[in-house]
Design a protein around this ligand. Structure first.
Ligand SMILES: NC(=O)C1=CN([C@@H]2O[C@H](COP(=O)(O)OP(=O)(O)OC[C@H]3O[C@@H](n4cnc5c(N)ncnc54)[C@H](O)[C@@H]3O)[C@@H](O)[C@H]2O)[C@@H](O)CC1
Ligand SMILES: Nc1ncnc2c1ncn2[C@@H]1O[C@H](COP(=O)(O)OP(=O)(O)O)[C@@H](O)[C@H]1O
Ligand SMILES: [K+]
Length: 594
């Protein structure tokens, strides 16, 4: 059997990511160009059936190797597949996969969710068969499977529900080697409820019970293709997702990565149909740009002077000196020439102990800091700055000075907090910053909580559509943005257009205190190094570098040249601390230099 080619598996090119609306538009244009929708569904299902057979064989081979037993084809053994179908076209794909796998000799059982048995009686009549043209694609697919006598049953929750935690009862369904999820595809537009919610839970329980290979058709059911949102943790947990036509944005951000497993593309149609080219919603990035070597004839001034403003101690409250120290250490690790940290004097000793390379300035020495702003190549402000009115005034003063001096500015953490308050007051600084961003680089780095404040929304509203949120941030404030989190979004503007990227590296070990401060340090450190080209100094490069460094500390990552992998740096996800990052950043920088 020919092995289908996974076109994008090992590419270093950015992968285009699309919303559901864009996918429907692509399909529509394709059909308008004279291609048949049911033909496309058959093609999709045939390819997926082949993948399922090959992927199952690969899994069996791996298991034999790990159990140290010889793999042999057993001609008498019939592979068993359980295919769970919904009523939309995703379900249509499922019925056709059942038909093709049965042709290929598999023992097939379809679990039909949301159907009543009456529909199958109608579907079986010749009258219906004769009116094929009046049927939807999903109904045609069902017809084909039924006419080939594919075995099916309607999902009834009582068959799967187990109030007594009795695994025998739970396992009333037929056992299978492979489970295929064709319940919902890109059409999911609300939280699964009732029978659908029950079916998703039962599907996950069954696959776990059987330790079976779990394959999602197009997208795991329950995951929203345009946003990456899963409602109340109700979604199919897939080992592999066979992604049809084009990559879905939701597979790579927010909940997407937790549910989709390995993603395999089945492109089916070209991205450009006739004269219509489809601009993706975003691009997935996994590899950082190469760094050019330094010129021999250079000195520290050739690599910029970073000014970090933060690390405050407000009387009677916690100190936040660590934020500025982490940021400065990370900037230094990227190779910036000089660093000054304007932080509370109480932290100068600690700063110099951990980073003797840095210079210090009293955060509240207004004239001194303003003079430094004039000298600096880039200014990062906000990490551990403090949130009271006094620090708000400090923030305004230093931002105004940076704007007046025409400097690139990075605003993070408490700086974003003040910005949100200033926008409520309709403070002129918001307009000044926006105007400044038209000429100079201004980067804002909120997580969802900070973005919510900046947009006067609830965090849940930002989380429900992170892409819309980052676009809104740019609209309101100008500048370039990172919306941090799993699958961080990056929005960069140039004169012609916005570029949105999804960071495809990083891990949950990075969900720990101080990681954001590290990121601001990487951003400001790269930006200061004018010898690097535009891509190598960009915001997306900084986010990638930060994620790669985090991955580097947690696992062997194929994204970097592993022959040079320094295993002594490995700390694992739970052990990962922000203070580990500068060493890893240096190592990743070195690998990118080769
Ligand atoms: N001919 C085509 O257009 C092709 C479509 N394909 C498949 O078709 C899929 C999209 O099909 P559809 O647009 O029918 O979408 P789905 O199969 O995802 O189903 C959408 C249906 O489910 C309902 N629904 C949405 N959320 C629900 C919820 N929470 N609870 C209950 N019902 C809910 C919707 O109202 C709609 O009726 C793709 O993901 C892909 O698998 C592929 O076969 C390729 C070709
Ligand atoms: N689960 C995750 N996967 C990938 N990256 C993550 C994850 N959790 C956190 N990060 C990254 O770590 C950083 C955390 O930043 P932030 O929330 O501001 O932390 P802090 O305020 O403690 O410094 C961000 O860059 C974020 O994208
Ligand atoms: K699905």
């Amino acid at each position: 059997m020919p092995v289908p080619v996974n076109l994008l598996a090992n590419t270093t090119m950015p992968i285009a990511l699309h919303s559901s609306e864009q996918l429907y538009a692509m399909e529509k244009a394709w059909f308008a160009d004279g291609y048949d929708s049911f033909g496309l569904m058959k093609q999709a299902a045939w390819q997926m059936a082949q993948y399922i057979a090959v992927l199952y064989e690969q899994k069996s081979l791996k298991k034999c190797a790990s159990d140290k037993i010889e793999f042999c084809h057993r001609p008498t053994y019939q592979h068993r597949v359980s295919i769970w179908v919904g009523k939309g076209n995703n379900g249509g794909d499922g019925w056709l996969i059942a038909y093709y796998l049965q042709q290929m000799g598999w023992q097939v059982e379809v679990i039909a969710v949301g159907f009543d048995s009456h529909e199958f009686e109608i579907a079986n009549t010749t009258q219906c068969l004769n009116k094929e043209s009046a049927l939807s694609d999903a109904e045609k697919a069902l017809q084909i499977a039924l006419s080939a006598n594919c075995s099916y049953q309607c999902f009834e929750n009582s068959n799967y529900n187990d109030n007594n935690n009795n695994s025998e009862k739970l396992h009333k369904h037929q056992q299978a080697d492979v489970y295929v999820d064709a319940l919902f595809g890109i059409g999911l537009d609300r939280a699964p409820a009732g029978i659908h919610k029950q079916a998703i839970c039962a599907f996950n329980a069954a696959t776990q019970y059987d330790s079976a290979l779990t394959i999602a058709v197009d997208i795991p059911s329950g995951l929203v293709a345009s946003t990456g949102q899963v409602f109340d943790h109700i979604a199919v947990q897939a080992d592999i997702t066979l992604c049809l036509i084009a990559r879905k944005f939701g597979l790579h951000t927010k909940d997407g990565m937790d549910y989709s497993g390995e993603v395999i593309d089945i492109p089916l149609i070209p991205y450009q149909v006739g004269n219509t080219a489809f601009k993706p919603a975003a691009k997935l990035l996994r590899t950082a740009h190469h760094l050019s070597p330094r010129r021999q004839n250079s000195y520290k001034g050739s690599y910029g002077h970073v000014l970090i403003i933060g690390g405050n101690r407000i009387d009677g409250s916690q100190g936040m000196g660590g934020a500025a120290i982490l940021s400065a250490s990370s900037a230094m690790a990227t190779g910036t020439g000089k660093i000054t940290v304007a932080c509370h004097e109480a932290f100068h000793g600690a700063l110099l102990t951990s980073l003797p390379d840095a210079m210090t300035m009293n955060l509240h020495d207004t004239d001194g800091v303003k003079n430094l702003i004039k000298e600096a190549s880039v200014v990062a402000i906000g990490m551990g700055l403090g949130r009271d009115e006094k620090e708000k005034a400090v923030f305004i003063t230093y931002i105004e000075a940076a704007i007046a001096a025409g400097k690139p500015i990075i605003i993070d953490a408490d700086g974003l907090y003040h910005l949100a308050a200033l926008q409520l007051d309709e403070h002129q600084l918001i307009t000044q910053l926006k105007e400044h961003s038209a000429q100079h680089q201004v980067c804002f780095t909120p997580h969802s909580g900070e973005a919510a404040k900046l947009l006067n929304k609830k965090i849940s509203e930002v989380e429900a559509d992170r892409l819309a949120a980052i676009n809104q941030c740019t609209e309101n404030y100008g500048g370039d943005w990172v919306l941090k989190g799993a699958g961080s979004l990056i929005l960069e503007q140039d004169e012609a257009e916005h570029h949105v990227y999804v960071c495809g590296v990083g891990n949950a070990g990075m969900a720990s205190a101080g990681m954001g401060d590290v990121l601001s340090g990487v951003i400001v450190g790269l930006l200061a190094q004018q010898d690097l080209n535009e891509d190598a100094r960009s915001l997306h490069q900084a986010v990638l570098l930060h994620g790669l460094a985090g991955d580097f500390l947690v696992k062997q990552t194929e994204r970097l040249n592993m022959t040079n992998h320094n295993r002594s740096l490995l700390v694992g996800q739970r052990g990962l601390q922000a203070q580990d990052m500068p060493a890893a950043i240096r190592h990743v920088m070195q690998l990118l230099n080769e």
